[in-house]
Ligand binder design. Structure first.
Ligand code: PHE
Ligand code: ZN
Length: 880
């Protein structure tokens, strides 16, 4: 079948499996090229399915070795097998067993789905449908089975043998060359959570006792020699386990919990039951090879995968349309954990930045889809910011709307009622309907309707009456396949800010709920607040209470007042960003930079006060304030006929002007925030580094000569990767020999550290200069790069595709380059290729010239013969 002809899979076509598999016994003989898999399945008819139905097992690039039914070899006339399926047209009308043998070539598996080898280590990746690349199976999440797995390998090649669950037996085989291990997982699970690992690995471990008293052995496995870098991951694991016990009442449920880091991995990490497999980028950390940002991501992703044990594994998804049931909820849980571990406002700001840059842009383009899609051709293309990040926002809104107490009881009810099942969004929401007594039918529209709603707010103060009237109106732009949009339920957390702080919220409107939340569930609504002796400034969408765009009728002066006076930290940050964004949008559209100069003075004055005052109390927050909206943020705000060069020029001009106006305080920070004592990844010192380095970035644009000296000194004296990278990043903004020299020194220093070189590759790929494409092509030939490793590809090629001016070169060379790599990479690894093609998701917002060039590049991809389903799906939807 040609990829374009792949069938559309639809939510409405869901029906329960006709067959169930109660137990799976696997016997796997690991070998680089000829791994033998023997599978024993105990099947029975599903009482919920059709009786007398054929048995159709899924496969993917499989070859059947042998097959026996109830231990008797099956006659060839009784089944058919292809690489994609194994069919028994008339299986017995009762429970029976099947023995199936397949043979695999892990070393040749470049898709990194199923069983493969990463730097000599055998590992698996089965979500979403990789298990069918190991053996024929009912590879769907609502078929849950108890697994027993026997692994056998040459001991020297794979001294470590791991699988899901608990170790029940192990030993050497006669002759002493080979050994085996048997693992049993008592928890029924879908095949996508199956995992094994075999290889030479070092590990660190720690005993843990759950709140319920279960003794658990925790371990983190890494490549030999890297155990010294596993401590932070293990430490994060312990902290998130305690947190889940305390906050969600969730305890771990096996005797061991293993985390394994591998260097070739398509995604971030995977929550396989009791055996999480990670991209090593999200495990390994020490001060000289991981940045503060890495420490933060490791903590968050360790927590994310661990939290899946309840939200994903114990309760899994009925079908892949329910993906957000586990992903949105688990992202919400990991965000809450990080907020509690660090600064809640700073975490919120950084999450909202990510949401806007990745999800809002997805929602505004051809790949827009609902949090719960209704149809797909390739499920791997739906592990998206919409399912993950917007999915988490929907949970956050649910919490705001139902209240902390009903939300907590709703979660408890969900854990109790759905434990051990493959559930749906409806079953999840039912729990909150029960505990809150609210009708959530309208709220559920967030799961069905794509697109980012816009809320327009306008207010009027009546001095004589002492009242303030606020009007809120919502609308959602059309998205592919959804022309008409209905209003959604938008919780708008708000405050009215007066001269000396928040004013009381008095309103008889039923739309105003406890805690200052206005529920906008109609196209528009009017609300009057009384008892106000001064004109208030509204502070809307506090804490970013809903994933919407907000249009305010506030002037810049009022916004800058919120920047200093709002009691909500998020909105203080937002107010400043909004003023900067407005100025950049105007200049980016008109190309007129003169008006920007005046805004720069206003913004710089506000920042100068801020830096002289409150900034020092919370440097991490101050760093977020200093970081202006990115050029890509501005392009997205403009939204149509975007000229990336004009946007970039405006962004540069504003940054430079602010940097120049604040040269003195920004330089002072370089001295003031200099750290003494050993490196610590804790929030406090990391915040200081962030502020100091953010300031250095502004100086690099405004005073390149001075900043170049500062950056080189920073690099020389740094005792940690964060400062070294900040120095490198600052230098990339200053063309010249010093920059090239530093780039060279960095590469020498880290020649044996691929994860650090990824950052070096990316820093160069992001240089906003015409020479960057050639630089990237040259780097592809360097030993630091490999098209076979997803991290290398994402760093260099992915980095380039995020370079606003160079990916979007006016001559189209950036598009042609990415399109060419996508088609080449697709032959080896379709998932990584199709993610790379996602770079085109905003092509329709470009000015006509670039739009045409981007379209041609996409057409070139779409017309390539033999495309994978992954890439052809993205190409087709992007062009539709
Ligand atoms: N389920 C993983 C997570 O979010 C992501 C993932 C999806 C990993 C598909 C691999 C393949 O934690
Ligand atoms: Zn997840």
């Amino acid at each position: 079948m040609r990829a374009e002809d792949a069938p559309m899979i639809r939510l409405e076509d869901y029906r329960p499996s006709d067959w169930l598999i109660d137990t799976v016994d696997l016997d796997i003989l690991l070998d680089a090229n000829r791994t033998r898999v023997r599978s024993l399945l105990k099947l029975r008819p599903n009482p919920q399915g059709r009786q007398g139905a054929p048995l159709v097992l899924d496969g993917d690039e499989l070859a059947l070795g042998s097959i026996a039914l109830d231990d008797v070899p099956l006659a060839p006339t009784l089944y058919t097998s292809t690489p994609q399926s194994l069919t028994l047209p008339s299986p017995p009308d009762r429970a029976f067993s099947l023995r199936i043998e397949t043979e695999l070539n892990p070393a040749a598996n470049t898709k990194l789905m199923g069983l493969y080898r990463s730097s000599g280590v055998y590992c698996t990746q089965c979500e979403a449908d990789g298990f069918r690349r190991i053996t024929y199976f009912l590879d769907r999440p609502d078929v849950m089975s108890v697994y027993t797995v026997r692994l056998e390998a040459v001991k020297a090649e794979a001294p470590v043998l791991l699988a899901n669950g608990n170790l029940v037996a192990s030993g050497e085989l006669p002759g002493g060359e080979r050994h085996f291990a048997v693992w049993h997982d008592p928890h029924p699970k879908p095949a996508y959570l199956f995992a094994i690992v075999g290889g030479r690995l070092d590990h660190i471990r720690q005993p843990y006792v759950t709140a319920e008293g279960r003794k658990v052995e925790l371990a983190v496995y890494v490549e030999p020699g890297k155990a010294g870098r596993a401590g932070w991951a293990l430490d994060s694991l312990v902290r998130c386990m305690r947190w889940d016990e305390r906050v969600f009442g969730r305890n771990y449920d096996l005797d061991v919990f293993n985390v394994v880091a591998v260097s070739d991995f398509n995604m971030g990490a995977m929550e396989n039951k009791g055996l999480n497999i990670f991209n090593d980028k999200y495990v390994l950390a020490d001060p000289l090879t991981a940045s503060d940002g890495d420490y933060i991501s490791i903590e968050a992703i360790i927590a994310h995968e661990y939290f899946h044990n309840w939200t994903g594994n114990r309760i899994t998804c009925r079908d892949w349309f329910q993906l957000c049931l586990k992903e949105g909820l688990t992202v919400f849980r990991d965000q809450e954990f990080s907020s509690d571990e660090r600064s809640r406002p700073v975490k919120r700001i950084s999450d909202v930045r990510t949401l806007r840059s990745t999800q809002f842009s997805e929602d505004a383009g051809p790949l827009a889809h609902p949090v719960r899609p209704r149809a797909y051709k390739e499920i791997n293309n739906f592990y998206t910011p919409t399912v993950y990040e917007k999915g988490a926002e929907v949970i956050r809104m649910l919490k705001v709307l139902t209240g902390d107490d009903a939300f907590a009881r709703g979660m408890d009810l969900y854990f109790e009622r759905c434990d051990g099942t493959a559930a749906t969004i409806e079953e999840f929401l039912d729990c909150f309907i029960e505990t809150s007594g609210q009708d959530l039918t309208h709220f559920a529209r967030w799961y069905e309707q794509a697109g980012t709603p816009t809320v327009v707010a306008s207010g009027h103060y009546d001095a004589a009456a002492g009242s303030y009237t606020l009007e809120l109106a919502q609308s959602t732009p059309p998205t592919p396949g959804q022309e008409e949009k209905a209003p959604v339920v938008i919780p708008v957390a708000l405050g009215l800010v007066g001269k000396t702080g928040d004013l009381p919220l008095n309103s008889i409107s039923p739309a105003l709920k406890a805690g200052g939340v206005v529920v906008l569930d109609q196209p528009s609504l009017n609300l009057t607040f009384t008892g106000l002796s001064e004109a208030p400034t509204p502070s809307l969408l506090r804490g970013f209470s809903a994933p919407v765009r907000l249009e305010l009728d506030l002037g810049d002066a009022e916004l800058l007042r919120l920047f200093t006076a709002d009691s909500d930290s998020f909105n203080r940050w937002q107010a400043f960003q909004t003023v900067a964004t407005r100025a950049l949008v105007r200049a980016g559209k008109s190309g007129n930079l003169s008006e920007l100069a005046e805004k720069a003075r206003e913004l710089a004055a506000a920042l100068a006060d801020f830096l002289a005052g409150p900034a020092m109390a919370d440097p991490a927050f101050a760093a977020q304030v200093l970081r202006l909206p990115s050029a890509a943020d501005i392009a997205r705000e403009i939204g149509k006929d975007v000229d990336p060069d004009a946007v970039f020029a405006a962004h540069r001009a504003l940054s430079r002007a602010i940097g120049a106006a604040l040269a003195e305080p920004l330089s002072a920070l370089q001295v003031q925030l200099r750290q003494h004592g050993p490196y610590s990844p804790a929030a406090g010192p990391a915040g200081q580094r962030a502020l100091r380095n953010e300031a250095l970035g502004l100086l690099a644009l405004a005073l390149p000569v001075e900043a170049s000296a500062l950056a080189q000194a920073r690099y020389a004296e740094a005792d940690n990767l964060t400062d070294r990278l900040a120095a490198l990043a600052a230098m990339t903004l200053i063309p010249g020999e010093a920059r090239e020299a530093l780039i060279g020194r960095f590469a020498e220093l880290y020649a044996d550290e691929p994860l650090v070189l990824d950052k070096w590759l990316m820093a160069q790929a992001l240089i906003p200069e015409a020479g960057t494409l050639d630089r990237v092509k040259a780097l592809m030939a360097s030993p630091a790069f490999s098209l076979g490793n997803p991290n290398r590809v994402r760093a260099l090629i992915g980095g380039f595709s995020a370079n606003l001016t160079q990916f979007n070169r006016a001559d189209g060379a950036g598009y042609g380059f990415i399109a060419g790599i996508v088609t080449e990479l697709d032959r080896a690894n379709p998932q990584v290729a199709s993610r790379l093609l996602g770079a085109f998701k905003t092509w329709r917002m470009l000015e006509p010239g670039r739009r045409d060039l981007a379209r041609s590049a996409l057409r070139m991809v779409a017309a390539t013969p033999g495309l994978s389903r992954d890439v052809s799906d993205i190409a087709a939807r992007s062009l539709a």
